[in-house]
Design a protein around this ligand. Structure first.
Ligand code: FAD
Ligand code: ZN
Length: 470
């Protein structure tokens, strides 16, 4: 192993091979964001170029050493931290952080995998354009991680997931070759779509080193509103109305259950909460090509109609950019407030939007009958049919113990309940370590067989992120 470490040092320089023995504090790399998975690593290596990544992969492959790619370490399914063996190499993309090019006329940006999502957004904004991927973790998550997990976020209903935004990739293969697929083409039917194989593969098929992504024109005005609804069915009715009235101008539609916002109030009391507590609060975002006045008028007409129809019971439109950011901050603080409250059981589920009210009604009831006093933290991207349908232990109970004792049963209950509604047990966070057994149990044998053949073809010796996904 010392021989391998020496080779790695020769490739990236000693300063970029970090080991616990070498006195480095590796906690930021080895413990995941949820503090659920703590791994150990032979070394954390930080390559500074695609060529270095390729050389590292060749060295590790020759030594039969597994590689765990990691970007911002904000993933929620334990896919980006090594196992406990201390034998895997963690490849951090932190130093692959250059924006290579912005092609404004082609509405495209090419950036390296380790760029923080916010850096890519800022580079687009500097060119007067919009990079429309947006997640609460955007300050730390990376473009490579976004693609490896096919991240979703808050603008999917208008612009799609990371996959829909991706035009081309540069990838280091398990042989240590570089696939140069950085094209800015919207149309390219030249054989199998290799790009789509790597997107969403969670580091198990190759290492994404750079990507070319779609940009969009910046809207002339963006406006945010909050609306209170008495039921999830009313939220769905509001979505339908907002789509009809705003068309492509509807760029955000997030739903927040009462308890989710109560947790924010408990842990971040300084955040203003402009509407009184309601069973459901919807955050709507409207982007307009004309300007502020028209955006406001459209929004007010929509909300007026919704109030009149009884679809919403109360509503407020942000008056300024600061207020608008405050509303988003409220929404984005839910996962953080939940983490403050303690360990919990998370579900990132997808359903046809039309099925969401009935699914929640029956599944809430089943959960509360089985686990009296447990608290449902339900929020998410209703516009995409994606809920973060989480369960927190009863007030005052020990979260860690609740999760240890009941997670399996809670998961089975929720995932079984999705089946008759045609839902998915992983919408945007992926499989990682957390849902690997669910994938094996719930995906059809045909689908699993195809996935295993893809893995065997692209990573025959299993050096990329072993034990994750499959
Ligand atoms: P990491 O956590 O470092 O890695 C994630 C996976 O990708 C791992 O399997 C890793 O091996 C692999 N990987 C990373 N980089 C590469 C690479 N260059 N090549 C190959 N494989 C790679 N996700 C959403 O989809 N929508 C949300 O709205 C959302 N909100 C979030 C809010 C908060 C507060 C937090 C903490 C997380 C949220 N997430 C969300 C989850 C997470 O931020 C995303 O999954 C993000 O895309 C992960 O990026 P990362 O760089 O942190 O990846
Ligand atoms: Zn989400």
């Amino acid at each position: 192993m010392t021989a391998l470490l020496d080779t790695l040092r020769g490739i990236v320089g000693a300063a970029n091979v970090l080991t616990e023995d070498g006195g480095n504090d590796l906690a930021a790399y080895l413990l995941d964001w949820r503090r659920r998975w703590r791994g150990r690593a032979l070394a954390v290596v930080r390559p500074g170029s695609t060529a270095e990544v390729a050389a590292l992969v060749r060295a590790c492959a020759a030594a039969g050493t597994a590689i765990v790619p990691q970007g911002g370490n904000t993933g929620l399914v334990g896919g980006g931290v090594p196992d406990a063996s201390g034998e895997q190499v963690l490849l951090s993309t932190q130093r692959l952080a250059r924006v290579r090019a912005v092609d404004a006329a082609n509405l495209a940006i090419t950036a390296e995998a380790g760029c923080a999502l916010q850096t890519v957004q800022q580079a687009a904004a500097d060119a007067g354009l919009l990079f429309p991927l947006s997640l609460a973790s955007e300050g730390s998550c990376t473009l490579g991680g976004n693609l490896a997990t096919n991240a979703g976020g808050t603008q999917v209903l208008r612009f799609g997931n990371a996959r829909e935004l991706c035009l081309g990739l540069e990838v280091v293969t398990a042989e240590g070759e570089v696939w140069e697929g950085l094209t800015g083409l919207r149309k390219d039917n030249t054989g199998y779509d290799l790009r789509d194989l790597f997107i969403g593969s969670e580091g198990t098929l190759g290492i994404i080193t750079a990507a070319t992504m779609k940009l969009a024109p910046q809207p002339a005005a963006t406006m945010t509103a909050l609306a209170a609804c008495e039921s999830l069915a009313a939220c769905v009715a509001l979505l339908k109305l907002a789509r009809a009235r705003l068309g492509a101008g509807l760029t955000g539609f997030e739903v927040m259950g009462r308890f989710a916002l109560d947790l924010v109030a408990r842990h971040f009391p300084q955040l203003p909460r402009p509407l009184p507590a309601a069973p459901w609060t919807v955050l709507l975002e409207h982007s307009d090509t004309e300007g502020d006045a028209q955006a406001r008028q459209r929004f007010e007409t929509l909300l007026g109609a919704a109030l009149e129809a009884g679809t919403v019971s109360d509503a407020v439109v942000a008056e300024s950019l600061a207020q608008s950011q405050g509303l988003w901050h409220l929404r984005e603080s839910i996962p953080l407030a939940q983490a403050e409250e303690g360990l919990n059981i998370k579900h990132d589920i997808a359903l046809p939007v039309s099925a969401i009210p009935a699914f929640c009604e029956s599944t809430d009831r089943l959960l509360l009958e089985r686990f009296p006093g447990a608290r449902l933290v339900n929020f998410g991207h209703l516009g995409d049919g994606n809920l973060h349908y989480n369960l927190q232990c009863p007030d005052g109970a020990d979260g860690r113990r609740f999760v240890a004792e009941h997670e399996h049963e809670v998961n089975s209950l929720v995932f079984d309940a999705l089946v008759p509604f045609g839902g998915s047990f992983s919408a945007e966070h992926g499989i990682g370590a957390l849902k690997r057994d669910e994938l094996a149990a719930r995906k059809s044998p045909v689908a699993l067989g195809l996935m295993k053949r893809v893995k065997a073809a692209l990573d025959p010796h299993g050096i990329f992120n072993p034990g994750r996904v499959l």
